[in-house]
Design a binder for this molecule. Structure first.
Ligand code: GTP
Ligand code: MG
Length: 325
């Protein structure tokens, strides 16, 4: 009898060991595949996935001159006479980098060397660090033009909470919600609310929506419903949108951390293609940006990426507003 139990126990131990070995083998397989992917990611593409003269290796552009040119192009853009105020709205999942993007846009347009921190970014992602509709003026030349960006609460992983929030976002887009409105998770803004605007003019509406998505956390299945529903709303109203791929600095570059290799990086290319596929976007709508989240001063590669994004966004937005007379 004693011997039988001994035998059973031994068999049990062998079974457990077998399971452990199988798990280790699966993990080993996973790591081997990741290593292969990493190796291939570090191999630069022979042709850039998107033409970008400033970072091109063959044409040795003076990056500082290119940056000045971008700044000049943006500053010289003429806002339509009937709507001198241009409004951009930033939407994205909790912790996707919305506030960091706003700070980055402000930093590169102010261009005094120091990083701005007007929209406080978050660290733990339990709840949004930006609970209200936060207005930041990026450019203001009185009488001529104003460029404003609106930062707001993040989209939650829970679908129920987003049902209310996405209705509020639609009203923000339509110009019904005033700045500093604190989003309520349980109930949409009501017409008798102090922050509700009844008859919005074209200057109160949003003219372009910037969806912020983490390049290092792009997943076909995960939490994309709220963004897709907002995309549909914009599509029906013909309002332009752009997708900002944040956190691109976390992807594998050919030389780790060298953003000038971004347009020949296979990993970035894969993520851009994935974003296009998940959200049905065209090339021109996907803009990679490495937000300013570390250090205290500007650097040329991050500046250029952000300025290229602003130039793209502004050209589209001004054309859209110009056509709405
Ligand atoms: N490396 C890197 N980190 C980033 C980037 N953008 C944002 N972060 C970091 O990501 C975290 C979230 O950024 P936030 O800008 O606060 O995100 P958010 O979307 O405003 O978050 P909520 O307002 O809470 O929804 C912060 O720790 C930032 O430092 C980026 O491009 N690269
Ligand atoms: Mg925020």
């Amino acid at each position: 009898m004693y011997r039988v139990w001994d035998y059973v126990r031994q068999n049990d131990e062998v079974g457990k060991l077998r399971i452990q070995i199988a798990k280790l083998e699966a993990r080993n397989q996973e790591l081997t595949e990741r290593l292969e992917e990493l190796r291939s990611n570090f191999e630069p593409l022979s042709m850039p996935w998107r033409e970008n003269g400033v970072f091109s290796q063959e044409v040795c552009f003076d990056k500082f001159k290119a940056k000045d040119q971008l700044l000049r192009n943006i500053r010289e853009l003429v806002h339509p006479k009937h709507c001198k105020d241009i409004n951009l709205l930033v939407i994205g999942k909790l912790g996707s980098g919305k506030s960091a993007l706003v700070n980055t846009l402000f930093t590169v347009l102010r261009n005094n060397g120091q990083l701005a921190n007007l929209a406080p970014p978050s660290s733990p992602y339990k709840e949004s660090k930006t609970p209200m509709l936060h207005e930041i003026v990026l450019q203001n030349i009185p009488g001529t033009k104003t460029l404003r960006v609106y930062d707001c609460r993040g989209i939650m992983p829970d679908k129920k909470q987003n049902a209310v929030f996405t209705e509020d976002l639609k009203k923000v887009i339509d110009g019904n919600v005033m700045k500093d409105y604190e989003f309520d998770e349980t109930c949409e803004i009501q017409e008798n609310d102090d922050f509700y605007r009844n008859n919005p003019t074209i200057s109160d509406k949003m003219h372009c929506v910037l969806f912020v998505v983490r390049a290092d956390d792009l997943d076909e299945q995960k939490d994309v419903a709220a963004i897709c529903s907002m995309q549909m709303y914009l599509f029906r109203k013909n309002i332009p949108s752009r997708m900002i791929l944040s956190h691109v600095d976390k992807l594998d570059m050919c030389v780790y951390g060298d953003l000038t290799k971004l347009f020949v990086s296979r990993h970035v290319q894969k993520k851009v293609e994935l974003a296009k596929m998940i959200f049905s976007l065209q090339d021109i709508q996907v803009l990679p940006v490495a937000n300013y989240v570390k250090g205290t001063t500007q650097n040329i590669a991050q500046d250029i990426l952000a300025l290229q994004a602003i130039e793209n966004i502004m050209n589209e937005t001004i054309s859209y507003v110009g056509n709405r007379i």
